[in-house]
Write a protein of this length. Structure first.
Ligand code: ATP
Length: 442
């Protein structure tokens, strides 16, 4: 049964003004072209939950591409049509994206002499989706603007906090939905419904993951790692028998949970720094999942999950560095080494390797050292350049790099700060090197 109610008021109250105008313009455009237009999916779900979401998905009952082009003209947006799927992406001047899909009218011919039925094309489109909470639609065309369309009980499930599939073959059709179910469960603190959980266990018994491509599984695991509460999600996957179904080596023992928890903590901390460089969070978790494994075991997993060559290289080179870095770091702590020494130890590591190293340290002062590197030391630059040194009368050569490195060490150690002081320091270094054979300064 189809439930309808008008949520125009909620929409006007909860959404930012520019989004409301966008939706209104989309609705008017639909009306002009005589096609019905709906906002659907995660956007509607999040609005009802009171969570901001700028990813607008529209479904058009009619020619979606023609609609997208018309709307694009009005908005001054770029339109990228995808003819094969009759979809289009609008990219607004501000960078905001709107996805437009076409819902085709489909005619179902029943056997015998029953009449041909025209099913609502919107309903057919929504029926292909993963969970009831993602099947809500809002009519945008005047005079229906704000009418909520709920074919599959999505509203009730949002109220009750339930993740529910639409039909019993859903996971067989697309096993990645199992990982999505767990991701949504953790993100919204919802619960996978009883029948849906039984279907997951059934699917596991049928070994449906074994036929699924590594790339698709990895993509979903990556989204899981980037979403909220990844550790709980991984534990849920493990307890449902999913991780071992993907590969027996993925089944992590309880003893690894402390490290994974520490990784979660470090990543949360790093996100709050709002730094420009974003780590591949999944790789940091992966390093945790494979800690203590040998190279063959890691290769078995990267090949099952079809890691791209660059990611394999990142994992392998980071793992090679980690042991050495851990040793040096311990030594550094014992010797109360300088900031410049710390810099030399940590600067070869990738961001993923750094975050993993920070999580892995048991000693608080070493954790703090890595965090100090991430927040301060790695950004340290110097105010002396090669041309300054040239003006000191030195011929360009390896000594240049040595002098600049020595200045940088002095800056890292807080021995010099201003450009003046740095120049003075460089001059002293240059003088002591004059006439000497080039050799490394350490
Ligand atoms: P997010 O906030 O993570 O983007 P979303 O619900 O918008 O959540 P998307 O992955 O962007 O999720 O997908 C957009 C819509 O497409 C979803 O609302 C969902 O209904 C549908 N969808 C995505 N993946 C699948 C799938 N594997 N099977 C069925 N429907 C899917």
């Amino acid at each position: 049964k189809r439930q309808e109610k008008n949520i125009r008021q909620i929409l006007l109250e909860r959404l930012p003004k520019d989004i409301v105008s966008l939706l209104q313009l989309a609705g008017q455009t639909g009306q002009e072209l005589d096609v019905a237009v709906y906002a659907v999916g995660g956007f509607v779900r999040d609005m009802l939950l009171g969570i901001p979401n700028d990813d607008i998905d529209l479904v058009v009952e009619g020619d979606g591409i023609a609609f997208a082009q018309d709307l694009g003209r009005k908005l001054g947006a770029r339109v990228r049509p995808h003819l094969k799927f009759r979809t289009a992406v609008l990219i607004l001047p501000g960078g905001q994206k709107i996805d437009v899909a076409t819902a085709r009218l489909e005619y179902y011919e029943y056997p015998a002499a029953l009449p041909i039925v025209e099913l609502s094309s919107l309903k057919m489109d929504l029926y292909r989706r993963d969970f009831s909470i993602n099947t809500l639609a809002i009519h945008l065309c005047p005079p229906h603007f704000g009418r909520l369309v709920d074919f599959f009980g999505g509203q009730q499930d949002i109220k009750d906090g339930i993740i529910r599939v639409l039909h019993s073959l859903s996971f067989v059709e697309d096993p990645t939905r199992i990982i999505r179910a767990i991701r949504f469960e953790q993100r919204f603190q919802f619960k996978i419904g009883g029948q849906t959980e039984r279907l997951i266990k059934n699917a596991v018994r049928l070994n449906i993951f074994q036929k699924l491509s590594g790339a698709r599984i990895r993509h979903e695991l990556r989204l899981l790692a980037e979403d909220s509460a990844p550790l709980d999600a991984f534990i849920r996957m493990r307890d449902l028998g999913l991780l071992q179904e993907i590969h027996p080596l993925l089944h992590f023992p309880q003893t690894k949970e402390a490290l994974l928890e520490e990784i979660e903590r470090v990543i949360t901390w790093y996100k709050l720094l709002f730094r420009e460089e974003a780590p591949d969070i999944w790789i940091v978790y992966f390093l945790g999942l494979v800690s203590g494994f040998d190279t063959h075991q890691v290769q078995a997993l990267t090949s099952r999950l079809r890691f791209p060559p660059k990611r394999i290289e990142l994992v392998e080179s980071t793992r090679r560095q980690l042991r050495y870095v851990a040793m040096q770091l311990a030594q550094w702590g014992k010797n109360e080494g300088s900031a410049a020494d710390l810099y030399d130890i940590l600067s070869p590591l990738s961001l993923e390797g750094l975050l993993y190293t920070m999580a892995k340290q048991r000693k608080l002062e070493l954790k703090k050292a890595v965090s100090h590197y991430l927040t301060h030391l790695q950004d340290v630059g110097i105010l002396v350049t090669g041309s300054d040194i040239k003006k000191m009368g030195l011929e360009p050569g390896p000594r240049f790099a040595n002098i600049l490195r020595a200045v940088k060490r002095a800056v890292l150690n807080g021995e010099v700060r201003t450009r003046e002081d740095q120049l003075k320091y460089a001059r002293r270094m240059a003088a002591s090197l004059q006439g000497q054979e080039p050799k490394a300064v350490s």
